[in-house]
Ligand binder design. Structure first.
Ligand code: EPZ
Length: 421
């Protein structure tokens, strides 16, 4: 089991290149199942979850090759509409193949995802959406077995603006007969990017980035090349790293307008920012100001930056409240932060953080992707050495994070089964 050894207390300085977005790449990879042929997708991050999705596409019969950050996918002979449990249980986003398989092969056998580290994460909106489009679904020994004689357009109202359900339904609807309207749709940039990819494949979609998305079904789609948007959560994480260590960092190849709310909160917390077309420079001030955050669907403050913000507020001069309205129990990082000396009280879906003068290094355990990021951030600022265990979680969503942090001067080493490398 890999772990990170981090010597804290070094202000980060320098420039880091932001990778492509994991949460745009995953649905876009699944969308290649909608039309047979060869796709070249650029700016794909080298991540564990991307490798898992590539593995799933190979099981379905696609050919997938990585050339640096370009993925070449050939779905000409994709014909096995299954997503097996042993794969789906490692990555919930595997459910993204359901819509494309139903649309193109008229059948699918997809394992239900296991619960996540922070409670069950249902897929009822995905399933109900497919049924609304004319699929027949049944549950067979933990698998969703779906089939259709042909999908038909429908109007679908999402109880929750689910990112995944919006993406899955949108993909299926591109080949349904007639018009589909998704009400209360997700507006996240990753779903807009998926929509742009589908439009490049010939799909007819309007309303991307709004609450109402309208899809006119077409007879067939065609392969295309595409470049993925930058990862706004990786960008936000590195900005917090600059502020929590009292340093000065510049991010390149990012898209500032995708993280406006995070930038506003960073300024409130005392960061000075310089923002250009695709770069953001942050200079820390001499103190971190307490700043309340309540997560919300886009364009609100992202839940995927909640854990990172709690780490920052642990060292603020004063008290702050961080509330997660998306995942009420996404706080497994809090007990680990408390091991480093953070003063946090959890109550319902809020963390009440009282800033302390300093954190002290200790062994801590990663439990999920963004929790791991928050532990690394706290360790970078803590006094002394921190061992962050089970870093395979962080490798799911951050490309070579220890190398990028080393470039910024961080004293971080990855230990793999006891050897230092
Ligand atoms: C996506 O997950 C992201 N993952 C998550 O990022 C992110 O936290 C989440 O959106 C919210 O922004 C990917 O894009 C691969 P949801 P998703 O469906 O699609 C409820 C990361 O760190 N819900 O928008 O699974 C659900 O329980 C990951 O990169 C239903 O009730 O999230 C939650 O409370 C973690 N029924 C809320 O909606 C459903 O059928 C938002 O979930 C689906 C969701």
């Amino acid at each position: 089991m890999d772990q990170f050894i981090i010597e804290g207390g070094v202000p980060l300085r320098g420039t880091v290149r932001i990778s492509g977005s994991k949460n745009a790449a995953l649905p876009i990879m699944a969308a290649t199942l909608l039309a047979p042929g060869v796709y070249r997708i650029h700016n794909v991050p080298r991540l564990r979850d991307v490798r898992t999705m590539a593995h799933l596409l190979r099981i379905i019969g696609a050919k997938v090759e990585f050339e640096d950050h370009t993925l070449q996918i050939d779905t000409s002979r994709a014909d096995f509409p299954e997503a097996p449990y042993e794969l789906v249980k490692t990555m919930r986003a595997s459910i993204y193949v359901l819509g494309p398989l139903l649309a193109r092969m008229k059948r699918a056998r997809v394992s239900l995802p296991g619960g996540c580290a922070w409670g069950p994460r249902p897929v009822d909106l995905h399933l109900r959406g497919m049924e609304k489009l004319g699929a027949h679904l049944e549950l067979d020994r933990g698998y969703i077995v779906a089939r259709t004689d042909g999908l038909k357009g429908a109007t679908i109202y999402l109880d929750v603006s689910s990112v995944g359900a919006t993406g899955n339904i949108m993909m299926a609807a591109t080949l349904a007969r007639g018009t589909t309207i998704i009400e209360n749709a997700a507006e996240e940039p990753e779903i807009v990017d998926l929509g742009h990819f589908l439009q490049r494949m010939g799909a007819r979609i309007q309303g991307l980035g709004s609450k109402t998305i309208r899809i006119e079904g077409v007879e067939a789609l065609h392969p295309t090349d595409y470049t993925i948007i930058p990862d706004r959560i990786e960008a936000g994480t590195f900005l917090v790293a600059g502020l929590i260590t009292g340093g000065q960092v510049t991010l390149t190849h990012c898209q500032p307008d995708h993280l406006q709310e995070v930038l506003a909160k960073l300024q409130e917390a005392g960061a000075q920012l310089r923002i250009d077309r695709d770069t953001i420079s942050l200079t820390a001030s001499d103190r971190i100001r307490p700043t309340h955050v309540t997560t919300a669907v886009y364009p609100g403050y992202p839940t995927d930056m909640q854990a990172q913000w709690i780490a920052l507020m642990a060292l603020a001069e004063g008290s702050s409240v961080i509330t997660d309205t998306i995942y009420p129990d996404r706080f497994t990082h809090v007990p680990e932060l408390q091991r480093l000396g953070a003063d946090i009280i959890l109550k319902n879906n809020s963390a009440f953080v009282r800033g302390v003068k300093k954190l002290k290094g200790a062994p801590v355990m990663s439990t999920d992707l963004r929790a791991s990021a928050s532990l690394v951030l706290a360790a970078l600022a803590a006094e002394g050495q921190t061992e962050v265990l089970r870093v395979y979680h962080i490798d799911r969503g951050y490309e070579r994070i220890e190398e990028k942090l080393q470039q910024l001067g961080a004293r971080i080493q990855r230990i793999d089964d006891g050897k230092l490398y």
